[in-house]
Design a protein around this ligand. Structure first.
Ligand code: GLC
Ligand code: CA
Length: 528
């Protein structure tokens, strides 16, 4: 386990929307380099870049056409190498997005695979053996696309053909379902490592793996896919022991034993993550809600078992948001609400990922036409809001040429305004990151024990511990003050407030009471 991951705070950059250095309206690598001082001052320690490789961009770059080359719209391989080096000079590591499960239909490998005659790539994708093989399959196929007499299996959108990692349980009646040990899948696995080696040698610190659980088909419980990744991990541990693998699997109990250093909690199949931040149905109240009706239990019921399942082997990764999940954290929340949200995100035993712009409370921009396969996701992909200059400081291009329009709201948050405002979300996030980094108990691997999670009007209180250190965190996202007596032993020594409400803990008849105003939090060192 690379030691740096335990205390890492990640920042996710959607490259096309972060900062445009050459004025063509699209964010680029030079733009990211120019904002490294901002990221260093924010205090994050690592960056995750969404795919920045050659692509027709029908799914915003998740349709890769050349895994070895930076897309010209973002710059060159040399620019990426320069970013790795400049980031390191600012104390930041950079991980890339590894789209392991599929390519673009325009990838030369797929074009070769489409030929009627057999060639070196025929078995690199999953093809049926006839265009008439369509029904009774356990996944959809695209029929009639190519000269080849067969249908291919898409992994996500139709133009993202699945690479052939084989089948865990190939159907004997369908010989086109190859076992994972067949020559095609073996060649694809070797290529995957070559791609990783290429970027690690250039200075990447690891990868966020896209749809990591999707590789081997008909794979109940993800067992064969996990075995594949364990092989990758064993190789990494030998060849690149400092590199990290973070999965978009959203099943940490499979992904972490399967070789990933961390797996994301995402709003896909489990309600817990969503229950913290997001109102998925009008009837749901997330925990972080002013009404005070939100409950922390649904989250804990999911989180605690996952923590237990991954302890000592790897981490859970907790994002403030991402390029797929709407609405943005900032939608419907003000600076105080957001400070409480970040107090939670940055003190839980998980690797925090801050989605660009969430640290200033950027909001979803609804109603935009779909961009590059974004559909509803387009709302959370608009350009970073830097300052009050034209295009919010994102780009010098005419407004009509921007990748996506800037949030038109007259009160849209910006970095510049929040730098000048001590009560801003940005300042709270900075403080919380600094506290997290200064205290090992708050790291992803530190101890975690809920102290008060009763719900109702009581604050949510938990203890984080590391050898020689104990920290108490108390949260009140609700719009009314709240108070509770703490159980014996929750506070071992005289408390020292590290962030949040200075008067949150008071002595009372031999014990301690926590008292929080409306929408408030406290992080306090409480001895050991
Ligand atoms: C992942 C990405 C998403 C992409 C999909 C297909 O879910 O996060 O943006 O569209 O995979 O690669
Ligand atoms: Ca540009």
């Amino acid at each position: 386990m690379p030691a740096w991951l335990e205390s890492a705070v990640f920042y996710q950059i959607y490259p096309q929307s972060f900062r445009d250095a050459n004025g063509d309206g699209i964010g680029d690598l030079r733009g990211i380099i120019s904002r490294l001082p901002y990221l260093r001052d924010l205090g994050v320690t690592a960056l995750w870049l969404n795919p920045c490789f050659v692509s027709p961009f029908r799914d915003a770059g998740y349709d890769v056409a050349d895994f070895y080359r930076v897309a010209p719209r973002y710059g060159t391989n040399r620019d990426l190498r320069a970013l790795f080096a400049a980031a390191r000079a600012h104390g930041l590591r950079v991980i890339l997005d590894l789209v392991a499960g599929h390519t673009s239909n325009e990838h030369p490998w797929f074009r070769e695979s489409c030929r009627a005659e057999r060639d070196a790539r025929s078995d690199w994708y999953v093809w049926t053996d006839s265009v008439w093989t369509r029904s009774g399959l356990d996944q959809p196929v695209v029929a009639g696309y190519a000269a080849r007499n067969g249908n291919y299996v898409p992994n996500f959108f139709w133009f993202q053909p699945a690479l052939n990692y084989g089948y865990a349980r190939p159907d004997p009646r369908r010989p086109w379902q190859q076992p994972a040990g067949a020559p095609g899948p073996r060649a694809v696995r070797a290529e995957l490592r070559a791609i990783m080696r290429h970027w690690l040698d250039l200075g990447a610190a690891g990868f966020r793996v896209d749809m990591a659980g999707s590789l081997v088909k008909n794979d109940p419980g993800g067992r064969a896919t996990a075995a594949l990744w364990r092989g990758v991990r064993a190789w990494l541990d030998r060849a690149y022991p400092e590199a990290v693998l973070v999965s978009e699997w959203s099943d940490p109990a499979v992904a972490v034993p399967g070789g990933f250093h961390a797996d994301f909690l995402l709003p896909f199949n489990k309600p817990g993550f969503t229950s913290l931040f997001r109102r998925t149905r009008p009837a749901d109240t997330p925990y972080l809600d002013r009404s005070g009706r939100g409950r922390i239990r649904p989250f804990l019921e999911e989180f605690l078992p996952l923590l237990a399942a991954t302890r000592g082997r790897g981490f859970l990764a907790l994002p403030s948001g991402n390029h797929d999940a709407g609405p943005r954290l900032g939608t419907g929340r003000d600076a105080r609400d957001l400070a409480v949200a970040f107090a939670l995100l940055l003190t839980l035993p998980a690797v925090p990922f801050i989605y660009y712009g969430d640290e200033i409370g950027m909001r979803s921009v609804e109603g935009l036409p779909s961009k590059e396969g974004g559909y509803a996701r387009t709302a959370v992909r608009t350009p970073m809001q830097w300052d009050a200059s034209p295009n919010a400081g994102f780009s010098a291009a005419p407004a009509g040429r921007l990748y996506l329009p800037i949030d038109p709201a007259p009160d849209r948050p910006t970095v510049a305004a929040q730098e000048a405002d001590p009560a801003s979300v940005l300042q709270a996030v900075r403080r919380l990151i600094a506290v997290r980094r200064a205290h090992p108990a708050l790291g992803a691997g530190g101890g975690f024990a809920p102290v008060l999670a009763t719900g109702g009007r009581a604050p949510f209180v938990y203890r984080r511990t590391a050898p020689g250190e104990a920290i108490l965190v108390a949260l009140n996202p609700g719009g009314k003050p709240c108070t509770a007596r703490l159980p014996r032993g929750a506070v071992a020594g005289p408390p020292r407030i590290l962030a949040g409400e200075p008067g949150a803990l008071r002595r009372e008849r031999g014990g301690w009471r926590v008292r929080l105003p409306a929408i408030a939090y406290a992080v306090a060192a409480t001895g050991r």
